[in-house]
Design a protein. Structure first.
Length: 148
């Protein structure tokens, strides 16, 4: 799926930086095994995020934002129905996902999430902290998904 690939590739590049590929797909500037291992690790991060997000709540919050801020849908504001989930735009989904406030956000007062961490070199921070890692644990917010 294009979204899965885009996320994995973006995270992988944050970790290892850009690398040159030969024409037939083999990595030219680093060994293939660690490159593939980082790719798998980034896919694991995406899977963890995917099963942790409360998608139903996200859709409700995104729908409320969409109905509150987009003038072409204001007439639907007081008639919330499950079909409204079909009219949510990508911008509203992104803002609902990134909203840090708990409870019902006031989308008119605060329509956009603050993107304060775009310049953070998260991979370096994680690498610096890894010596303190004690082992893998089951995260408290992880929800069972697809038979797990």
């Amino acid at each position: 799926m294009p979204n899965q690939l885009a996320v994995v590739q973006s995270l992988r590049q944050d970790v290892i930086g850009p690398h040159h590929h030969y024409y037939f797909g083999e990595i030219a500037t680093m060994p293939t095994e660690p490159y593939d291992a980082v790719t798998d690790a980034m896919a694991a991060i995406l899977e963890r995020v995917a099963v942790t997000v409360d998608w139903r709540r996200l859709l409700v919050e995104a729908t409320w934002r969409h109905l509150s801020l987009h003038p072409d849908h204001k007439e639907e504001l007081n008639q919330y129905k499950s079909e409204a989930e079909d009219v949510v735009c990508g911008e509203c989904l992104v803002e609902a996902l990134l909203q840090e406030n708990t409870g019902a956000p006031d989308w008119r007062r605060e329509p956009s999430a603050a993107m304060r961490r775009q310049a953070v070199d998260w991979a370096t921070i994680v690498a610096d902290v890894l010596p303190y890692r004690r082992g893998a644990i089951e995260h408290q917010y992880r929800t069972p998904h697809r038979g797990q």
